[in-house]
Design a protein around this ligand. Structure first.
Ligand code: HEC
Length: 190
């Protein structure tokens, strides 16, 4: 079982590709208390209206495709996230987050899985224009985004194939598969 504090640490390790503060640090404790404050008065054991994003029955009609995804990316995403996926920074801070490359979420983040990414993108992207993409376009652009190199999974065993077998043994992960002629996860993200 993972504690809530441990789940928060995972956001640092995977989503932010950073170092997690210790469980008893001011940062983790403050985040726990903030979350508790946010949940004040919420009913238990019931999914709250507006929580998360819809995922059931969210399947593509055709297999997600890199080339179609690239077209979606160029037309709907590159203006903010950059033609090379590096996002945009002002004074060293991300205004638009990188989607791949050395500064993005890493191979251990939930976002690297096609189903998570497609559902997130469909519900939230382009920013504030959630109804723009079709389901198929959301899957295609998720495939394009997640077919690029990103920082290594922090649980890396020293070998991509065994890391895939241990942590990413699902068709929703491209880690450890060959896309466009190279083994994803096998070389440092640029
Ligand atoms: C108008 C600018 C804009 C456009 C266009 C846009 N995004 Fe975003 N995107 C953002 C911003 C800003 C965030 C950060 C949102 C936040 O942190 O609340 C974001 C966040 C994301 C994230 C989460 C990144 C992370 O590290 O968790 C993904 C994935 C993403 N966008 C994908 C896309 C895709 C795919 C498209 C094209 C279909 C797209 N975005 C179009 C502005 C944009």
């Amino acid at each position: 079982m993972n504690s809530f504090g441990e789940r928060l640490q995972d956001c640092f390790r995977f989503s932010l590709n950073g170092k997690a503060p210790p469980l008893n640090s001011d940062v983790i404790v403050a985040l726990e208390i903030y979350a508790r404050w946010l949940s004040k008065g919420a009913p238990r054991g019931v999914k709250l209206t507006g929580a998360g994003y819809p995922k059931q029955d969210f399947k593509p009609q055709r297999s997600p495709d890199y080339t179609r995804g690239k077209e979606v990316y160029v037309n709907h995403c590159a203006s903010c996230h950059g033609p090379d996926g590096a996002g945009q920074q002002i004074a060293g801070r991300n205004v638009f987050p990188p989607l791949w490359g050395s500064q993005s979420f890493n191979w251990g983040a939930g976002m690297h899985q096609l189903d998570n990414a497609a559902a997130f993108i469909k519900a939230n992207m382009p920013l504030n224009l959630s109804s723009v993409l079709s389901d198929q376009e959301a899957w295609d652009v998720a495939m394009y985004m997640n077919a690029h190199e990103r920082p290594q999974d922090p649980r890396y065993t020293g070998n991509v194939t065994t890391t895939r077998a241990k942590y990413h043994n699902t068709p929703m992960s491209l880690y450890g598969t060959i896309v466009n002629g190279w083994l994803l996860g096998s070389r440092p993200a640029q």
